[in-house]
Design a protein around this ligand. Sequence first.
Ligand code: 6GU
Length: 236
Amino acid sequence: MRIDILSVLPELLESPLQHSIMKRAQEKGFLEVHIHQLRQWAVNEYGQVDDYQYGGGAGMVMMCEPLAKAIESLSKERKPARPGDRGGYDEVIFLTPDGEMLNQKMANAISLKENLLIVCGHYKGIDERIREHFVTKEISIGDYVLSGGELAAAVLVDTIGRLIPGVLNDETSALTDSFQDNLLAPPVYTRPEDFRGWKVPEALMSGNHKLIDEWKYEQSLARTKERRPDLLKEKE
Ligand code: 6GU
C-alpha cells in the first residue's frame, strides 16, 4: 500500500510512523508513506494556505486552491497499476471530527486498498467545496477535538498499516486483537508465575489448549459484557 499525506505540519507525523511495526512495514516494502507539505501549493510567496471565513466567525479556513492543486498533482502521479485501473487514488480521506467514526471493521476494509491520500485539516477546517469534489471518505477518530488532523492521521495509518497482509507475523497477529470479533481481548500474563503472591490464573498454567482457549473466550466475553455491551449488540 502507498499512502500520501498532505499536511501543514509534516513534523508532527514523522516520528510516530518511524518505529516498531510501522518501521518494519516500510522496511519490508508492505507500506510506503510519503508526507507532503501543503505550503508547496500556497497561493503566495508567504506560504498562505488559509483565509478568513465567509459569513464571519472565529478561525481560519483552508483554501480551495492549494488543496485542489495538491490533490490533482499528487493524483496524476498515481499511474494505473494494471489494465482496467483508472489510476489516481482509491480513496481521498479527509480527517475531521464530523466524519464517520473509525473502527476496526472500517480499518480492515481500508487496509485492502492500494493507494490512499490523506488530507489533514487545521484551523476551522477546509473549504466545503474540496470535501464535495475531491474527498471520497471522511473519518473521525473519536468524539473529541484535536488541534489538527495529523495525530488522527498517525492513528489511522498505524491502524490500517498493521493490517496489511504480511506486516504482522504470528507473534503480533491481528487475529487476537481486541475488536477483531467485536470482542475485547482477554487479560495476558508473563513470568513470574507468582508475583508478590499475585498468581497467574490456573487455566493458563494447565497446558491444556482446549481449556486455555475456553478460558480466554470466557474472559473476552465477560470483559466485553462489562465494559462494552454495545459491541455485543453489534455482533448479533
Ligand atoms: Cl480526524 N481531526 C480533528 N481535528 N479532531 C478530531 C478528529 C480528527 N477525530 C476526532 N477529533
